[in-house]
Design a protein around this ligand. Structure first.
Ligand code: DLL
Length: 432
């Protein structure tokens, strides 16, 4: 089932033509009316007349999150206030938050993108969809809310928090789909077990739409087997609009609506543009954005453009699972490691539960990494020898796959902190 087959299954060449036309219009408009982009283009001596193919995107300079911060809150907006119908803001973990604004058209293409995505995973008017992403300045709650309403699903806007009440609603209303962060679903699953709820027996839940933070295939396998559901990856950022793009039923990469967003992948170090199949940093150009245009915005997420066609029939470009951000990468005694690689390795060990936390400290000149790992209840034992054996096994897996010498500390089920929104998995004490 397609929401908009004309666009989603458009021949690749026609899509490129459409992208080029939108891009050309965008550049003309920004050069004439937007001081920031005008100055940026002048700085590299590029005029709209120099843009004659989609590949000419490469002639334009990159744009950075700092450009948004420096123009806080709305100096980058490209429309008068009268045309702005909504604001959201990023969580702003470092420095000032960034504020994003939307015109009516911006909200319309955001909702359209979500309607296409939700339809591609079989969500429609028969579904009851609980939105357990935060409502408010975060884009997750309201984004999913309007997307799900657009496809006719009945929305339960439960937002985050009060997990027991959420589970009660989920049972009583016969919720079939839940949308939340993967870490929050893990938490719900634990609370449900304590309440004696068996998802297969006591609920109608069939699907989960999980994103807003990195997660792994190992985490997907664990959630699916313990809850009897199918879990799908959803991606987006507040600068792009919010959550927008998901995998389809094939679960073979995230489909990007090419008429809305143009994606390039670059080498983090050299800035060179990479070929399909090669992993690097994502750079996006939003082709329809009105309130807050983004041209070659360095989003910092690490992914690749996938090669070949998807069996679902959609011709839209696909990207691989986001494994982290270029600024998430930890360098421990000279070895580069992403938190998602640690999760991947931990999830291979059957006794490991679904919570872990990474702590990095510095002793003199040397970095040390300690990983706190919760053990599944059935594997947790008070026999010290068993626990030492397990700890050594996890440490040697980390050494084998990632070449890092981390100290592992085992934790009892339920001991590590839980999160309602995005999980905080890394405590880097070197920066403090
Ligand atoms: O997290 C929007 C969103 C809400 C996406 C709900 C999906 C579901 P921001 O708060 O601006 O927006 O954070 C965006 O989160 O640059 C990624 O680093 C990360 N991220 C989002 N989705 C995924 C995902 C929302 N599926 C930042 N996998 C992005 C990995 C993700 N990382």
């Amino acid at each position: 089932m397609y929401w908009n087959a004309n666009i989603e299954c458009m021949p690749v060449e026609s899509l490129r033509t459409l992208q080029y036309r939108s891009f050309k219009n965008l550049v003309n408009n920004l050069y004439s009316f937007n001081k920031f982009y005008h100055d940026r283009m002048r700085s590299v001596d590029v005029h709209p007349d120099d843009i004659n193919s989609l590949d000419d995107v490469r002639k334009l300079p990159f744009m950075y999150k700092d450009d948004l911060r420096e123009n806080y809150p709305t100096k980058m907006f490209n429309v008068p206030n009268a045309e702005i119908v909504r604001f959201h803001a990023s969580s702003g973990t470092s420095g000032k938050p960034t504020v994003v604004g939307y015109t009516e058209n911006d909200l319309a293409y955001w909702t359209e993108a979500l309607a296409r995505s939700l339809t591609s995973i079989g969500i429609g008017n028969e579904d009851i969809l609980q939105v357990s992403y935060g409502y408010g300045l975060f884009t997750g709650g309201l984004g999913l809310h309007y997307g799900a309403e657009r496809v006719g699903a009945s929305v339960v806007p439960s937002s985050t928090g009060n997990t027991e009440r959420q589970l009660e609603l989920l049972q009583d209303l016969g919720v079939t789909v839940i949308a939340c962060t993967p870490s929050y679903l893990v938490h719900m699953n634990t609370v449900a077990a304590k309440m004696g709820i068996d998802f297969r027996r006591d609920t109608c839940l069939k699907k989960a739409v999980l994103g807003a933070e990195p997660w792994t295939e190992g985490m997907r396998a664990k959630l699916e087997s313990s809850m009897g559901i199918r879990a799908y990856d959803i991606y987006g950022t507040s600068e792009q609009a919010g959550p927008m793009f998901t995998e389809c039923e094939e679960r073979n990469g995230i489909h990007i609506a090419g008429d809305i967003m143009y994606v390039e992948i670059i080498d983090t170090e050299t800035g060179d543009i990479l070929e399909p199949g090669q992993r690097g940093e994502m750079v996006v150009t939003m082709l329809k954005k009105e309130a807050l245009p983004l041209v070659r915005f360095k989003i910092k997420d690490i992914t690749s453009i996938l090669e070949g066609n998807c069996a679902c029939g959609r011709t839209s470009p696909r990207i691989s699972r986001i494994t982290g951000r270029s600024d998430d990468m930890l360098i421990i005694r000279g070895i580069n490691v992403f938190p998602s690689q640690i999760e991947y390795t931990l999830m291979r060990v059957p006794a490991v539960g679904d919570q872990y936390m990474i702590e990095v400290t510095r002793d003199g000149a040397l970095d040390d990494m300690k990983i706190y790992v919760e053990i599944k209840p059935e594997f947790f034992s008070d026999k010290v020898a068993d626990m030492v054996l397990l700890r050594t096994q996890i440490e040697s897996e980390l050494k084998k796959y990632l070449n890092i010498a981390a100290v592992v500390e085992l934790k009892a089920p339920g001991e590590l902190p839980r999160f309602e929104g995005k999980a905080k998995r890394v405590i880097d004490k070197r920066a403090i």
